[in-house]
Structure formats: structure tokens, C-alpha cells
Ligand binder design. Sequence first.
Ligand SMILES: O=C(O)C(=O)Cc1ccccc1
Length: 297
Amino acid sequence: MLAYFGPSGTFTEQAARGFATPQQELVPFDTVPAALAATRRGETEASCVPVESSVEGAVPATMDALTEDEPLVAVAEAVLPVRFSVLKRPGDEPVRTVASHPHALAQVRHWLAEHLPDADVVATTSTSAAARAVLRGEFDAAVSAPVAVRHYPLEVLATDVADVRDAKTRFLLVRRPGPLPEPTGHDRTSVVCTVGDRPGVLADLLAELALRGINLTRIESRPTKDRLGEYRFYVDLDGHVAEPRVGDALAGLHRHCQQIRFLGSYPKAEPGGTPAGNDEFVAAAGWVAAVREGKDA
Ligand SMILES: O=C(O)C(=O)Cc1ccccc1
């Protein structure tokens, strides 16, 4: 069974369908923490959750839920193009309220200002939770994934709605810790670093990557929630922990962090980034090993 952030008809469901094996059952959960909790309890083999949007940045609910409680590790990622459909109940009633996930609302602000300027905008847990609520009569319209209309008998008011063309969202498939995916030469590694309050600590983290030629693809801070001004850093970098340079860099991060959590090494969904170029690191590690054994100098 594969858990996903639902209910039926979310963008996350589309991503989950891309990950699922033909015999794997997909199970929707109304929140990201609920989906992840089912995987932590072992009730589902894996969870598919949204992690990052090219327009709105990180999905805080996912970042928090991956850091709190028992560790889960990403084994795959997917990147989906995001365009919205606006759905309403059939009929001529005016649209006074529009609902959706905050990331969706942020991506259609201009469209709403132009086409539904008087409507109140309401945040829901997901885009399809908004469609479901429209069907129940709680709101008049929902900003949804185009597939939502297959799940909810609503009328399409508009399609292809997006203030930003070519918007994309990245999703992760996470499991309980176990064997890692094999390195492909085109991987991403994610970690969360909790650091103490001292001058230069962030520069120390970045130096571990820079001096090994490792490309940083994302760094985000989130409050630890323990004390005002105390943050965690979410770091995504090019490469796989099995590569000597990445392993060395993670060991370096570990030395600078009060806490560090490994969130996975997994194949990147899209081309780009720096090529691995690991040969000199492998050669160097081999030389050190030989020196230690007294076979080289
Ligand atoms: O609510 C959904 O459908 C999701 O999967 C989260 C989301 C919201 C907006 C854009 C992309 C993903």
C-alpha cells in the first residue's frame, strides 16, 4: 500500500500513480502528517508527499513532518507541471467563495483578481479537499488539479489557470529507513541540520560542500519551534551518500551540527546539476586506505 496526500484528485495522487507498482494499492490521507504516520507505523510501505514548488518554495507541512517523529527516508522524487482548473457546482449561482491549498491559491492570485475579484478566498488542506467541500456546498468554487473533475461531479469554470507558466512541484516517495537506492550518477541527497547559535556556523556547513565541489540545490530554514530565533536548515545537494565526496561532506556536516537527519539519497527526476566527477575522490580514498595498510606512501 502506498499512502498519499489526498483526498482523491490531488496533484500528489498523480505523482503517487507514477511511483506505484501495478499491484500497489493507493490510500489517500487528508494531511501530510497523517500519510507519513501510516508509513511510520508500517501500515503503508511508502508515502508520496509534496515537498517543493517552483513558485511558492517549500511545503512547510512536509518539512516539519519529515523532521519530527521517527525518521523516514526518501527513495525517489517526481516533478510534475502544475496548471489548475477552477471547478464549481453546476448552475448559475454566483461564486462568492473560492477554496484551495495555499500553494494553489498563491499561484492563481492574478487570475482570481481578474475573474473573481469579489470572491472570498479560503485555504483548505489540499486542492481536492476544496473540490470535495464545494460538492458539499461549503464553498462555491475550488482551484483544483485538472484530474479532480473525474472524482467530483463539478462544472469546469476555467482550465489552464496559472499566473506563472511552467510552474512545477516536486514530490518525494518516502519509506522507513532501509537499503538505499543504488547511486545512478544523477542523484540528490537531502539532510536536515540543527545547529547551535554561534558565529559562522552556516558558513562552516556550506564550506564542507564548497571545498568538495558539491552543488547545493536548495537550502531552507525552518524554526525548531523550541526557541525564537533557533532554526534548522534543510539542505539538498547533488550526489549520493555512497560517493566518497558526499559521504565525507556529510561527515563534515555531522561535526558542525547539534543534530543531523539524513532524508535520503535518490535519483533526480530532472536533468541538470553538476556531473558527479568522483574519480579523484575515489582515488584519494584508495590512496589513504593503502597508506593505512602500509602498501603505499
Ligand atoms: O493539494 C494538492 O493537490 C497537492 O497535491 C498539493 C499541491 C498544491 C498545489 C500545487 C501542487 C501541489
